[in-house]
Design a binder for this molecule. Structure first.
Ligand code: SF4
Length: 447
């Protein structure tokens, strides 16, 4: 049974600049100064010995933030797009993640100025109601092919009418997450870790989103500080939880202060050994990865990130710089990729993506078989396709470039790894093994 609160008219708005507009609880700051100008104190709890120490954070002045944001480099393609579509945007504005959020493309009129919409895309957008609206950052829009509706990354963010088909086996919550929700916004499925859904907002909405039921405008679920408190209390009172994955929505669309508040609270819980953040932001809003953000994040180690990538076209200079900043802050970066028909369902594309991720210091971690969410049939491939891709990677390229191929079992069974068959039989005391070239080898393995 779902414990999540249902809303009917929640707007698709970026989280407020002030994360606590109606609250008295804020990160500790010097009194009588605006919080952004004040030196503030952060509590660091050592995950190894539980000792606490208070850290004085230096204030970041607006001029300093501005200078830092200018350092983001632009790719030639994105620069040309900006001049064409946003001629009045300065370099500073373009590189400011708040500007990117304010300027998101969310309606058919703006989108049709940027790409040539097909009749099918146009109808699908006009027909859309409810969660998972259209939302694309100007940066990500600069990567879209304006004329080719079959371009892989365009297919991931522009709706088509196939989204409205309901194929057998599909469900709005195919992983039964709502049934594993002991308190609103917290999924506790595995013994020692929880999924903490902290936001329903994303800078760019993916048409294949597993949590499409809860993200975007008029989403069905509530994400607020009261709910965070309940989730934190659950984690505090459950000593088995040693690993917390912040997800949503995209947690990196929260303000630095909101995110730090959450991290501080989690770090005060002695049994929470590691914190992970799942995010698509480096691919769709790399400008968000500011020096101020990474300075803050590195105070909460061990902190890991699972970054979401769909296609090598996302591996731009901007995204490389964002990942470099995170990696330089000591954050181990892993990737997760959903296998999708017509997007990345061939060895060559997947090879380029996985090798490209390694080049920007992201370890390919999971390749997901696409979840059977409602309206996803046009994205789903046969499982055999995923096995072929893994076979095309394993042995043919660096082992680090080969992700775990998994199905997140419908009904809530958790992730189940899938491997191409390598043990082909036995001959007496020998095990018969198939290598990456399809040749058979023997391994002495007495029974
Ligand atoms: S960024 Fe993640 S949560 Fe947001 S729409 Fe994409 S897949 Fe869903």
């Amino acid at each position: 049974m779902s414990h999540l609160t249902i809303l009917t008219e929640q707007e698709d708005k970026p989280p407020s600049e002030d994360p606590y507009p109606n609250d008295r609880i804020r990160p500790a700051t010097n009194e009588n100064l605006p919080s952004r100008l004040a030196a503030s104190r952060a509590l660091f709890i050592s995950p190894t010995n539980g000792t606490a120490k208070e850290i004085l954070k230096k204030p970041s002045l607006p001029s300093q933030r501005k200078r830092e944001s200018r350092k983001f480099r632009l790719s030639p393609q994105t620069r040309a797009f900006r001049l064409r579509q946003f001629p009045n945007a300065s370099d500073d504005e373009w590189n400011d993640w708040h500007w990117q959020l304010r300027s998101r493309i969310r309606d058919i009129v703006t989108l049709s100025r940027i790409i040539e919409l097909t009749d099918d895309e146009r109808n699908a957008i006009e027909r859309h109601r409810g969660s998972l609206p259209v939302g694309i950052t100007p940066y990500y829009a600069s990567l879209l092919d304006p004329c080719d509706s079959a371009q892989p990354i365009r297919r991931t963010v522009v709706p088509v009418s196939n989204e409205y088909l309901h194929a057998p086996g599909e469900a709005d919550d195919p992983l039964n997450e709502d049934d594993d929700t002991p308190v609103p916004g917290l999924v506790h499925r595995y013994p020692d870790r929880v999924l903490f859904l902290v936001s329903g907002f994303c800078s760019t909405y993916c048409r294949y989103c597993t949590r499409s039921r809860m993200v975007g405008s008029q989403g069905e679920y509530r994400f607020d500080r009261n709910q965070w408190e309940k989730a934190l209390q659950y984690i505090e009172s459950t000593p088995a939880v040693r690993d917390v994955l912040l997800s949503g929505g995209d947690p990196l669309t929260l303000t630095d202060d909101s995110l730090e508040w959450l991290l501080q609270r989690l770090r005060r819980i002695p049994h929470v050994e590691m914190i992970r953040i799942g995010a698509k932001v480096p691919a769709v809003l790399p400008q968000r990865i500011t020096p101020a953000l990474t300075r803050m994040l590195k105070r909460y180690h061990p902190l890991w990130m699972s970054l979401h990538f769909a296609h090598p076209d996302e591996l731009t200079p901007e995204t490389a710089q964002a990942c470099e900043r995170l990696a330089d802050a000591g954050i181990p970066l892993g990737s997760q990729t959903v296998l999708m028909a017509g997007v990345n369902d061939n060895v060559e594309t997947m090879m380029r993506l996985m090798q490209g991720l390694l080049k920007i210091r992201v370890k390919p971690y999971y390749l997901y078989q696409c979840d059977p969410i409602t309206g996803s049939a046009h994205f789903r491939t046969p499982v055999q396709k995923g096995l072929e891709i893994i076979q095309g990677l394993r042995g043919h390229t660096t082992g680090y470039a080969v992700p775990h191929y998994v199905i997140d079992a419908p009904g809530g069974g958790g992730k189940i790894p899938l491997l191409p068959e390598t043990i082909v039989g036995r001959d007496g005391n020998d095990l018969l093994l198939k290598n990456y070239e399809g040749k058979i080898f023997r391994y002495p393995d007495p029974v």
